[in-house]
Design a protein around this ligand. Structure first.
Ligand SMILES: NC(=O)c1ccc[n+]([C@@H]2O[C@H](COP(=O)([O-])OP(=O)(O)OC[C@H]3O[C@@H](n4cnc5c(N)ncnc54)[C@H](O)[C@@H]3O)[C@@H](O)[C@H]2O)c1
Length: 621
C-alpha cells in the first residue's frame, strides 16, 4: 500500500485508518454512554412513587364557574382588604377565592419554622434530595394538564404557554439538578499557589439556612418551583412570597411540594409559601432569611435592596428586561418569523426575558414585517379555558391596570409617528383583561415604548443597515437581560452577540439559554445582578467555605525565626528575600533571593551581635 502524505509527512494508511476509527469511536462513545445511562435510569424511574394531591378545592371553583350568575369579581379600590388577597381569573374576571395577606409577625413565624426544619434537612444525603426531585418530576409529568389548567386560570395564559413556560422549564430544571446538582455542590479542590505548596486547598458548599424568594405572577408554577428546587437541593429551607395577582394557585402547588416532602420523609416545614401584598414581601426581606432572591420589577427591586441593606441580607435581583432581537439579512426567515412571534407573544408577552425590540436589516425588513403581520392577523385571542385549548392562541394579561398601560404606550408612540400594522386597541368585547397581539413600525428610541419595559403582546420593529448600527441600537437601553441574534453566518452572529450588553444571548434562537439549565440566568444594568439557575445559581444557594490544610502530616507550618516575636532585625530583609524567591523575574534573581533568604535564617555573627549589644547599652546610659 502506498503511504499517504499529510503536510509533507508520509503516513502508513493502516495508521490513518486506525486514527480515524479511534476519533469516530471516541466521538460516539460519550453520546452512547449517555444513551445507556438514560435507558437504565428510565427503567429505574418507574419505581419512583406517584404521589396523589387532592384537587377538591380547585374543582370546587371550576364547578362554581358553571353555575349561572356566580359572583363576578371586578376589582375596585373598596374591595381591597388589608388582611386578605382576593383572587380572580383575569380571562373572565370571575372570583376564585381569597388567601390571607400575612403581617410581619406571621412571616417571621413561617421563617422560624422553616429554620427549625432546615437544621434537620441539611444533614440529608444527596440521594434523599434526588429522590425528592424524582417524586416531584414524576408528579409533574403525569399531571401536566391540571398544573397548566390552574396556572391558566390564575394568570390568564393559554395551555400551550403554560406547558412551555411552567412545565417544560421546570422539568428541565429538575433533570439538570438530578444529573449534575451533586457534582457542582461537592467539595472542590483548588490550586495552592507558590507559597503554600505544602497545603491542599478546597472549597465546600454549605447550605445557607433559610432562603427567601419574592416572585411575580407571570409563571405562577415555575416562579414558585424555581427557587424551591435549587434551594432545597442545596440543603436549605425556602420561604416564597408569591404575587398577590396569582395567589390562588399557590395553595395547590404548595400541596404538591408538601406531599413530595412527606413521601421522602423530609420535614414538612422545609418549604413555606407566604401570601400578601408588598408589605408581606417587605416583611420577608426583614425577617432574617439568610439570602433573598427578588424576581420582579426594577422599581420594587430598588426598595428590596434598600430594605435588605438594613440587615445586610444578601440579595439576588432578577428584574425587568427589554430584550433586543436582531435579524440580519442572511438569516433564515422561515425559521426566524415563527420564533419572533413566540418570543413576542408567549404568555401574552409577559416575560421578563421577552423579545420587545426587533431590529431587522434593510434587505429583509419588508418581507419580515409582511410575514409577521400575516401571522398576527390569524391569531385568536380569548379565555382559553372557556373556549377550548385549540381555539385560542393568546390569553389575557394578568394585571388589572395593565391593559390601560399598554394602550397609553401605543397611543403615545402613534402620536410620535409610529404606525400600527396589527392590533393596537383593547378588546373589551371579550371581557377580562385582553390586549391583542400588536405590531408597531416607524418606532424610534425617543419613544417610551422603545425604552420602558412593555411586558405585553406588542412587537416594535425597527430597521437597521450595518451590524454596528444593530449593536448600537441593541445596547441603547438601560435593561440588559436576554437577547437574540439571527444570521446565516455563525461567525457574524457571534461577533454581534459578543458586543451586546446583556446577561444572556441566544444565537439563532430565542431564550435557548434558559432551556440549557446549566447556564446561569440574570442580567446587567436595570435588569439586576447576580444569577439564579445554572451552576452559579445553585452554588449561590450556599455559603462558600474555603479550607486549607497540610498536604502531609510531617510537613507543618512554623513561623520562620526572623519574623517570630520579638521580630529580628533581619525580619524585613527575610520577607523581601522570600518575595524575590517566589516572584522575582528570572532565575538569577530567584537564586540570589534564595541566598539572601538563607543568610537571614542564619544566626547573626557573634561579633556583630556583641557590638550591637554594646551600642545599645551605651545609648541606654
Ligand atoms: N428577571 C427575571 O427573572 C424576571 C422574571 C419574571 C418577571 N420579572 C419582572 O417582574 C415584573 C412583573 O412582575 P410584578 O408586576 O409582579 O413585579 P412587582 O415588582 O410589582 O412585584 C413582584 C413581587 O414583589 C412584591 N413586592 C411589592 N412591593 C414590595 C416591597 N416593597 N418589598 C418586597 N416585595 C414587594 C409583590 O408583592 C410581588 O410578589 C416585570 O418587571 C418583569 O420583567 C423578572
Amino acid at each position: 500500500m502506498r503511504p499517504l502524505s499529510f503536510g509533507g509527512y508520509d503516513m502508513d494508511p493502516h495508521g490513518v485508518g486506525l486514527l480515524f476509527l479511534g476519533a469516530v469511536g471516541g466521538a460516539l462513545l460519550l453520546p452512547l454512554l449517555r444513551l445507556l445511562k438514560w435507558l437504565v435510569t428510565s427503567f429505574w424511574e418507574e419505581s419512583v412513587p406517584l404521589i396523589e394531591v387532592g384537587t377538591e378545592k380547585v374543582d370546587r371553583v371550576e364547578k362554581s364557574k358553571r353555575v349561572e350568575n356566580h359572583y363576578i369579581y371586578v376589582p375596585r379600590k373598596k374591595d381591597e382588604h388589608p388582611n386578605r388577597v382576593n383572587c380572580y381569573d383575569p380571562a373572565t374576571m370571575e372570583y376564585l377565592g381569597f388567601v390571607p395577606a400575612l403581617n410581619a409577625e406571621s412571616v417571621r413565624a413561617h421563617v422560624e419554622k422553616a429554620r427549625a426544619a432546615q437544621k434537620e434537612w441539611c444533614k440529608s444525603s444527596f440521594a434523599v434530595r434526588r429522590r425528592l426531585l424524582r417524586v416531584l418530576l414524576r408528579y409533574i409529568v403525569e399531571n401536566q394538564e391540571i398544573i397548566c389548567r390552574i396556572s391558566a386560570r390564575d394568570s390568564g395564559k393559554v395551555m400551550v404557554d403554560a406547558g412551555l413556560g411552567e412545565v417544560l422549564t421546570t422539568c428541565e430544571k429538575i433533570a439538570w439538578l438530578l444529573s449534575e446538582g451533586e457534582r457542582w455542590l461537592r467539595p472542590e479542590r483548588r490550586s495552592v499557589g507558590r507559597t503554600m505548596l505544602h497545603k491542599v486547598a478546597r472549597v465546600e458548599y454549605e447550605p445557607l439556612g433559610v432562603l427567601g424568594a419574592i416572585v411575580p405572577w407571570n409563571y405562577p408554577f415555575h416562579n414558585l418551583f424555581n427557587p424551591v428546587l435549587a434551594g432545597v437541593f442545596a440543603g436549605n429551607a425556602v420561604v416564597v412570597k408569591v404575587s398577590e395577582h396569582t395567589s390562588w394557585s399557590a395553595g395547590f402547588y404548595q400541596s404538591i411540594i408538601h406531599k413530595a416532602l412527606e413521601t421522602v420523609g423530609a420535614p414538612h416545614d422545609l418549604v413555606h409559601i407566604v401570601t400578601g401584598y408588598g408589605a408581606t414581601g417587605q416583611a420577608l426581606v426583614e425577617s432574617g432569611v439568610n439570602k433573598l432572591t427578588f424576581v420582579g420589577s426594577t422599581a420594587v427591586g430598588k426598595k428590596v435592596m434598600a430594605a435588605a441593606a438594613e440587615t445586610l441580607t444578601p440579595v439576588v435581583l432578577e428584574l425587568g428586561g427589554k430584550d433586543p432581537f436582531v435579524v440580519c439579512d442572511d438569516a433564515d426567515l422561515e425559521q426566524v418569523v415563527s420564533i419572533a412571534l413566540r418570543g413576542a407573544f408567549q404568555g401574552s408577552g409577559q416575560n421578563c426575558a421577552g423579545a420587545e425590540r426587533f431590529y431587522v436589516q434593510e434587505g429583509i425588513y419588508t418581507e419580515f414585517v409582511d410575514r409577521v403581520v400575516g401571522s398576527v392577523n390569524t391569531m385568536r385571542v380569548g379565555p382559553a379555558l372557556e373556549r377550548g385549548h385549540s381555539d385560542v392562541d393568546m390569553g389575557a394579561v394578568c394585571m388589572p391596570t395593565h391593559v390601560d398601560h399598554l394602550q397609553s404606550l401605543v397611543d403615545e408612540a402613534v402620536a410620535a409617528g409610529a404606525k400600527v400594522l396589527a392590533g393596537g386597541t383593547p378588546l373589551p368585547e371579550i371581557g377580562g383583561h385582553f390586549y391583542p397581539p400588536t405590531v408597531l413600525v416607524n418606532v424610534n428610541h425617543g419613544m417610551r415604548i422603545m425604552q420602558d419595559e412593555v411586558f405585553g403582546p406588542i412587537m416594535c420593529i425597527m430597521r437597521f443597515d450595518t451590524d454596528d448600527k444593530a449593536v448600537e441600537l441593541a445596547n441603547d437601553c438601560r435593561f440588559g437581560l436576554g437577547s437574540s441574534v439571527f444570521s446565516g453566518s455563525k461567525r457574524r452572529a457571534r461577533a454581534i452577540a459578543s458586543r451586546i450588553r446583556a446577561g444572556m444571548v441566544s444565537i439563532n434562537d430565542f431564550n435557548a439559554t434558559y432551556m440549557c439549565q446549566s447556564l446561569p440566568f440574570g442580567g446587567v444594568g436595570d435588569s439586576g445582578f447576580d444569577r439564579f439557575a445554572g451552576v452559579e445559581g445553585l452554588r449561590g444557594c450556599c455559603s462558600v467555605k474555603s479550607i486549607a490544610e497540610d498536604r502531609f502530616s510531617f510537613v507543618k507550618t512554623y513561623i520562620p525565626k526572623p519574623i517570630q516575636y520579638p521580630v529580628s532585625s533581619s525580619g524585613f530583609q527575610f520577607l523581601q528575600a522570600l518575595v524575590g524567591l517566589f516572584y522575582g523575574a528570572g532565575l538569577r534573581r530567584k537564586v540570589s533571593a534564595g541566598w539572601a533568604l538563607v543568610q537571614c535564617m542564619l544566626p547573626p555573627p557573634k561579633a556583630v551581635e556583641t557590638q550591637a549589644k554594646t551600642k545599645g547599652s551605651k545609648k541606654a546610659k
